[in-house]
Design a protein around this ligand. Structure first.
Ligand code: A3P
Length: 346
C-alpha cells in the first residue's frame, strides 16, 4: 500500500516537474524573440499599399513564425485565415538571380525580417511556359500567407537568364523591385559546374572537367556556348531587363560579401525595399563547422543552409582562369558602369 502511494507521489512529481520545465522553456523562447517583437515603426514605403496604416501590428510579428508557419504546412482553417486577415500576395520583390550567386542565402536572410515573407520553393512561373500558361491566380496560390503590410518575396534564379521573363514580370507589375545577387563571375561559373558535376556523380555518370567545357578545343578561346560561362556574363542579361525596367528598380547584392559579412549587404537590401532596419547581428552567427553564417530567429530557433550550399570547388588550371579573367573583364566593367556598383573582381 505504502509502496503504491509512493509510486503515485513520484508520478505526480514527475508530471509537475515536466510542466514546470516546459513552461520555463516556453518563457525562454518568448523572451528570446522579444527583441524581434518591437512594434515596427513607420515603413515609408512605396511598397505599402496606399491608404493602409504604415505600421505592422505587433501581432503580425508574433504570428510570423507561429501561425504563418502552420499555414504554410496547410494546417490552418479558412476561419483562421479570415480572422487574421491573412492573404496570399503577389511578390513585391523578386530575387531574379543569379544562379549560384547566393540566392537561397539571400532569401532566407531577408526572411529574418518581420515584414518579409518568403515563398519557400522556386516557383518558376515566369520562365516555364507551362506554368505561365496556368495564369496569375495559379501563381498567387503558390504564395505564402501573409499580412497585408508584409511583403512577399520569391526567388527563381532562372528568371535572370530566360528571354521571355522581363516582359512577363513587367506585365504583372511594372514597379516591382528586382534583386540580383552576383559573385565574381569565374567563381560563380565554377560553383555552377560543381552543382552539375555533383548531379552527374549522383547518377553514376561521368562528366568533363571544367577546363574542357569552358575552353573551346578548336579555337582555344573561351567557350561562350557553355551555359556556366554565359550565365556569368551579367551585363548581357541585365541589358535585356533594362529594356523593360529602369536601373533604379534593380538592386545588386554582392554575393561574395554576403558569405563573409552578410549584415551590411542585408541592410542595403532593407533600404532598397524601404523597410525599417530590423535584421541585426544577433540574427546571424558564424558557424565554424559549416564555414558560413547561419540564421538565428531567437534563443531557441536557428538554422544553417542545407549542405548543398557551400560545396567544395575543384581546382581550376591557372591558365584557364587567366583566360577567363581576360574574357570577363570588359563585361564586368560594363556591369559596374550600368549598375553603379563596383566590385573588386580581377
Ligand atoms: P557554393 O556551393 O559554390 O559555395 P544559390 O543559393 O544561388 O544556389 O547559391 C549557392 C551559394 O550560396 C553557395 O555556393 C554558397 O557559397 C553561397 N552562400 C552564401 N551565403 C551562404 C550561407 N550563409 N550558407 C551557405 N551558402 C551560402
Amino acid at each position: 500500500m505504502l509502496f503504491k502511494q509512493q509510486a503515485l507521489l513520484r508520478q505526480k512529481l514527475f508530471v509537475l516537474g515536466s510542466l514546470a520545465i516546459g513552461s520555463l522553456l516556453y518563457l525562454v523562447a518568448r523572451v528570446g524573440s522579444l527583441d524581434r517583437l518591437q512594434p515596427i515603426c513607420h515603413i515609408e514605403s512605396r511598397l505599402a499599399p496606399p491608404g493602409l496604416p504604415g505600421q505592422i501590428p505587433l501581432r503580425t510579428l508574433q504570428y510570423k513564425r507561429g501561425l504563418l508557419h502552420e499555414l504554410r504546412k496547410g494546417n490552418a482553417s479558412r476561419e483562421q485565415v479570415r480572422l487574421h486577415n491573412l492573404v496570399q500576395q503577389l511578390p513585391r520583390a523578386i530575387i531574379i538571380g543569379v544562379r549560384k550567386g547566393g540566392t537561397r542565402a539571400l532569401l532566407e536572410m531577408l526572411n529574418l525580417h518581420p515584414a518579409v515573407v518568403k515563398a519557400s520553393q522556386e516557383i518558376h512561373f515566369f520562365d516555364n511556359g507551362q506554368n505561365y500558361a496556368r495564369g496569375m491566380d495559379w501563381y498567387r496560390e503558390k504564395m505564402p500567407f501573409s499580412y497585408p503590410h508584409q511583403i512577399t518575396i520569391e526567388k527563381s534564379p532562372a528568371y535572370f537568364i530566360t528571354e521571355e521573363v522581363p516582359e512577363r514580370i513587367f506585365k504583372m507589375n511594372s514597379s516591382i523591385k528586382l534583386l540580383i545577387i552576383v559573385r565574381e563571375p569565374i567563381t560563380r561559373a565554377v560553383s555552377d559546374y560543381t552543382q552539375v558535376l555533383e548531379g552527374k556523380e549522383r547518377k553514376n555518370k561521368t562528366y568533363h572537367k571544367f577546363e574542357k567545357l569552358a575552353i573551346d578545343a578548336n579555337t582555344c578561346e573561351v567557350n561562350t556556348k557553355y551555359k556556366a560561362v554565359r550565365t556569368s556574363i551579367y551585363t548581357k542579361h541585365l541589358e535585356r531587363w533594362l529594356k523593360y525596367f529602369p536601373v533604379e528598380q534593380f538592386h545588386i547584392v554582392d554575393g561574395d560579401r554576403l558569405i563573409t559579412d552578410p549584415l551590411p549587404e542585408l541592410q542595403l537590401v532593407e533600404r532598397f525595399l524601404n523597410l525599417p532596419s530590423r535584421i541585426s547581428q544577433y540574427n546571424l552567427y558564424f558557424n565554424a563547422t559549416r564555414g558560413f553564417y547561419c540564421l538565428r530567429f531567437n534563443i531557441v530557433f536557428s538554422k544553417c543552409l542545407a549542405g548543398s550550399k557551400g560545396r567544395t570547388h575543384p581546382e581550376v588550371d591557372p591558365a584557364v582562369v587567366a583566360k577567363l579573367r581576360r574574357f570577363f573583364h570588359p563585361f564586368n566593367q560594363k556591369f559596374y558602369q550600368i549598375t553603379g556598383r563596383t566590385f573588386s573582381w580581377p
